[in-house]
Design a protein around this ligand. Structure first.
Ligand code: ATP
Ligand code: MG
Length: 603
């Protein structure tokens, strides 16, 4: 692993340099004179309108070509969080300028995920949900302005020629022979491109900047291309579509965005972002001050892949059950897994926002959910590996109530009752016929407490033909029931949980674990021979899902989809929102109580 790939532990609340920028802008009144027409528009549209009531405007601009993942959550919480904190608005904008890859299914899932995280684009009487494809008329108008003002030309070189003439990092590019075309000729060609006279790739509109610029992004970047394709929003209205780098700054400016926050790989695009908006503002087309692009480092997590291409591959090749598989780092997956919005917020706070590429340890991520769930989740009892315990001196057919607090830190949440009877389920690991050193739970002759119930003394066990223990026998001490005056009369070291066999709810429980077995899936590892290429798919953890039949305390039968609980001693579990039926919930393990991976060596 290289240095910047070494995982870092995050501090309690980390710095966020973007807040400093926003605060400085607010103090200077930088955006105070902007006007807002109540919807996106050009300088003329906004000019006649009142002052913008929003102190700042940010946006989350997903391309609807996939499901959102943990990295997007960082960006969503950052953008909506800034707007909320500083009296601003955050827009949800679908960056749907590419006609080929986008689908309604993704639009719907993005809307759901942003809402689920608790973020709203409907605030202060505004509804700031936008589609970039609704701006195509303006984009074409702006492109024509650039042609007319000598800042753009139609190039008719082939794609290969253009690539060759672009130059390299060390070598300047070469001017296209079409660069000197008159504005009138370029305008005529661009109109005919729009009219559908040419095949895809026959011509392309380019900004006229500088083929010798050390920044390759300024070597006459393409801004409009021909694409005969049907768009999910605009249908067949257009056969020319803007390039992303042209469309995005314009979308920001039309929407009065003040701080356009994106990930670091767009840093080299910033000069073009500024160049373009400056030209359009000079032409009186856009309101000033113009939006400012600010880059931050994207989220990278150990044991997780976040690349869209890889996530699609995991789903399409059925390495997981779908986009919402609880092991997927998607927000739909997170929701089924029981990772809560509050946990994501804590995580975002904790990792902060910086310009340094960093790799966050998965433990930092999981700990946020442990912390949040420890506070919020009610406690319940679940026996995940059931073994029968028979109390031979307890009357057959008798049942009594045991009382268990719903939350040890929150007495106001009250207690629930659990039926106690002669036959109980206990964890198989809580009995040892021949105890190892330090084992304080049940073994012949030893006493232990059945939590919230009585102290029992183990008297022996029964085995099947194969010698496997199938039943543990014990006697109870009638005066020792928890919560009664005699409870402390006998001291024991072991304390075990149990579920009454006659009353328990037999349920399917899925024990989920990390989808990948190594911190950097697909990366070369120390000692790998020269030239060895690893495939991240080979690093899939074969034990990332285990489905078991568990015995749960009876009240869990009534759990509603998405209810979260701590199963005492085991971890946090959630009633699955897809597979649970009324009166028959299925549970997913969100996270264990303690991390069990730190001690494991990387394979
Ligand atoms: P693509 O490669 O398809 O562009 P993308 O992950 O960038 O994928 P977008 O839909 O363009 O997907 O992303 C929407 C927003 O989420 C962008 O502003 C992007 O910067 C941000 N984003 C994407 N991935 C991360 C990440 N890992 N960490 C933080 N922000 C991210
Ligand atoms: Mg992107």
């Amino acid at each position: 692993m290289s240095k910047e790939n070494t995982p870092v532990a995050a501090p309690a609340a980390a710095a966020n340099f973007i807040k400093n920028i926003v605060e400085a802008d607010l103090a200077a009144g930088k955006h105070a004179q902007r006007r807002w027409a109540g919807q996106p528009g050009t300088a003329a549209d906004h000019a006649a309108a009142p002052l913008d009531p929003a102190k700042i405007r940010t946006r989350f601009p997903p391309e609807p070509n996939g499901y959102l993942h943990f990295g997007h959550a960082k960006s969503i919480l950052l953008n909506f969080g800034l707007a909320e904190q500083y009296g601003g608005r955050c827009h949800l904008r679908f960056d749907d300028t590419n006609p080929e890859k986008e689908e309604q299914e993704y639009v719907d899932s993005i809307v759901d995920a942003v809402k689920w995280l608790g973020c709203s684009w409907e605030t202060a009487g505004e509804n700031n949900l936008y589609y970039a494809s609704n701006y195509f008329d303006w984009m074409v108008q702006f492109a024509e302005y650039l042609i007319a003002s000598g800042h753009a030309y139609v190039d008719s070189q082939s794609a290969d020629e253009m690539r060759l003439n672009r130059g390299t990092l060390t070598q300047a590019g070469i001017d296209s022979p079409y660069r000197k075309r008159s504005a009138a000729e370029s305008m005529d060609l661009f109109k005919r491109m729009q009219a559908g006279e040419f095949a895809d790739g026959a011509h392309i509109l380019r900004a006229k900047i500088d083929m010798a610029s050390p920044n390759i992004n300024l070597r006459d970047p393409a801004i409009y291309r021909i694409r005969h394709a049907t768009h999910h929003n605009t249908g067949d209205k257009w056969c020319v579509y803007p390039m992303y780098t042209f469309a995005h700054p314009i979308e920001d400016a039309l929407e009065n965005i003040t701080h356009s926050i994106c990930t670091l790989e767009f840093e080299d695009q910033r000069p073009f972002y500024d160049w373009l908006l400056e030209r359009l503002a000079e032409g009186g087309l856009l309101q000033r001050p113009l939006p400012q692009q600010i880059e931050f480092s994207r989220l990278n997590l150990t044991y997780v892949v976040l690349s869209k291409r890889k996530l699609i591959q995991l789903v399409e090749e059925k390495h997981v059950a779908g986009w919402d598989d609880p092991r997927m780092p998607t927000l739909v997956g997170a929701r089924r897994r029981g990772y809560t919005p509050a946990g994501f917020r804590l995580f975002a706070e904790r990792i902060g926002v910086s310009k340094h590429d960093s790799l966050i340890d998965y433990i930092v991520f999981e700990d946020c959910f442990r912390e949040v769930l420890n506070e919020s989740a009610e406690r319940r009892v679940a026996v995940l590996d059931p073994l029968k315990l028979v109390i031979t001196n307890y009357p057959e057919g008798q049942t009594e109530e045991a009382f268990a607090p719903n939350h040890p830190l929150k007495p106001e949440l009250g207690k629930r009752t659990m039926p106690f009877s002669r036959e109980l389920w206990i964890e198989a690991e809580d009995f040892m016929e021949e105890p190892s050193k330090g084992f304080h739970r049940l073994y012949p002759g030893n006493m232990a407490r059945l939590k919230y119930g009585y102290i029992v003394k183990c008297t022996g066990c029964e085995k099947d033909a194969a010698g496997k223990v199938v039943k543990v026998l014990c006697e109870y001490l009638p005066d020792t029931k928890s919560g009664t005056p005699g409870a402390d009369s006998v001291k024991v070291k072991g304390n075990l949980h149990w579920v009454s066999a006659a009353h328990g709810y037999t349920a399917e429980v899925r024990l989920y674990d990390r989808l990948f077995a190594v911190p950097a899936p697909g990366a070369r590892r120390e000692g790998d021979p020269e030239g060895l290429e690893r495939d991240y798919l080979d690093d899939i953890n074969p034990n990332s899902k285990q489905t078991i039949t568990a015995q749960l305390e009876p009240s869990l039968k009534e759990a509603k989809a998405e209810d979260c609980f701590q199963f005492e001693r085991h971890g946090y579990f959630v009633a699955d929102r897809v597979d649970s039926k009324a009166g028959a919930p299925v549970f997913n393990r969100t996270v264990t109580l303690k991390d069990s991976w730190s001690a494991k060596p990387a394979k």
